[in-house]
Write a protein that binds this ligand. Structure first.
Ligand SMILES: C[C@H](O)CC(=O)SCCNC(=O)CCNC(=O)[C@H](O)C(C)(C)COP(=O)(O)OP(=O)(O)OC[C@H]1O[C@@H](n2cnc3c(N)ncnc32)[C@H](O)[C@@H]1OP(=O)(O)O
Ligand SMILES: NC(=O)c1ccc[n+]([C@@H]2O[C@H](COP(=O)([O-])OP(=O)(O)OC[C@H]3O[C@@H](n4cnc5c(N)ncnc54)[C@H](O)[C@@H]3O)[C@@H](O)[C@H]2O)c1
Length: 272
């Protein structure tokens, strides 16, 4: 959002987490410069539009739009939205990047449910072309249109969907990934070969295990647990996923998941 010209307040709970966020932005900007999508001067302008904060109250003063992207936990999100409601101007729009939680329930923690909306981005957000906009029970058309406009300015296409658990995309991707994990557990093929089969045979850009590691296994598990209640056992997380998360192996962000990224970073996927 800094690329099309918005002034951004990036807020996280601690300096260390904030620095991780800035490091991710830096990596993306240098890729864009290398690919000549941005000049060095434009990248510098983007950097200058992003200010870091660890104090939410200060960060939220005078903002027009908040995009919350904290961990996928309803209680945490409700607490954050309660604070967003207190600290922002009454006309500010409050968006959540939740992958599957109820936008309507999150909105209930505020006094302005008509200005609360789902703004679901995809990893990696600077590259993926879609923003899935989720209309909560009380979300106003004006709010939807504002998010459409901002998304389009960031070069994204949009779809507007109903507020059902998992929306369109998380239901679709979870069903695919969970079934591939069951195929692995049945011993039908190795993770490498399932990834290779899906990439080359189905023309997906990433196989299910490299993608799960990329998204984060904790996020995957939160999403599937959330969808069990709504849709039943077909979304129940296989033990393999649950055990990896219990062990703290969350994918790329911790160095290990279905693959071990601490060993040979260039060849851990089945790509070669
Ligand atoms: C769970 C949630 O709620 C929802 C989700 O997020 S589900 C997950 C959705 N995401 C996906 O499915 C991702 C699937 N994977 C892909 O689409 C591709 O593998 C990928 C775009 C990540 C990488 O593409 P790939 O062709 O394999 O690699 P690569 O050539 O390095 O990258 C393609 C382009 O993207 C750019 N790029 C990749 N990652 C980037 C990043 N983080 N920042 C900026 N640019 C990036 C590269 O620089 C390259 O640009 P160029 O074509 O102009 O040179
Ligand atoms: N990982 C993905 O590919 C992806 C894609 C689309 C949407 N999402 C959604 O985005 C959200 C974040 O997912 P993630 O995978 O980036 O999680 P993550 O755990 O990797 O990152 C969460 C971030 O939120 C910060 N945080 C924790 N508590 C906070 C608080 N009280 N206030 C502000 N920040 C806080 C953490 O320090 C961390 O930087 C989730 O709702 C997830 O479902 C994730």
């Amino acid at each position: 959002l800094a690329t099309p010209g918005y002034e951004i307040h990036l807020c996280d709970v601690a300096e260390e987490a904030l620095n991780k966020g800035f490091a991710g932005i830096e990596k993306s900007l240098s890729r864009f410069v290398k690919a000549k999508h941005l000049t060095e001067k434009e990248a510098e302008e983007v950097r200058s539009r992003i200010t870091g904060f660890t104090d939410m109250e200060t960060a939220l003063r005078e903002v027009d739009l908040v995009v919350e992207a904290a961990p996928e936990n309803m209680e945490l999100k409700k607490q954050i939205f309660h604070d967003l409601d207190r600290f922002t101007r009454p006309d500010a729009i409050l968006a959540t990047n939740t992958s599957e939680l109820s936008v309507t329930a999150i909105a209930s923690a505020t006094t302005r449910p008509e200005r609360v909306v789902g703004m679901h981005w995809f990893n990696p957000p600077p590259v993926m072309r879609l923003v899935e906009i989720v209309r909560g029970t009380d979300t106003s058309q004006e709010t939807i249109e504002m998010i459409m406009q901002v998304s389009e300015q960031a070069g994204k296409e949009t779809v507007v969907v109903k507020d059902v658990q998992g929306f369109v995309t998380s239901r679709a991707i979870s069903a695919h990934m969970l079934e591939c994990m069951r195929i692995l557990e049945e011993g039908v093929a190795s993770a490498e070969d399932i990834d290779k089969a899906v990439r080359l045979g189905l023309n997906y850009p990433m196989g299910p295990f490299e993608l799960a590691d990329y998204v984060g296994l904790d996020t995957m598990l939160f999403a599937s647990d959330g969808m069990v209640e709504a849709y039943g056992d077909r979304f129940r997380a296989p033990q393999t996923l649950r055990k990896l998360v219990e062990a703290g192996h969350l994918g790329r962000k911790t160095g290990k998941g279905f693959y071990d990224y601490t060993k040979k970073p260039e060849t851990v996927s089945a790509k070669k």
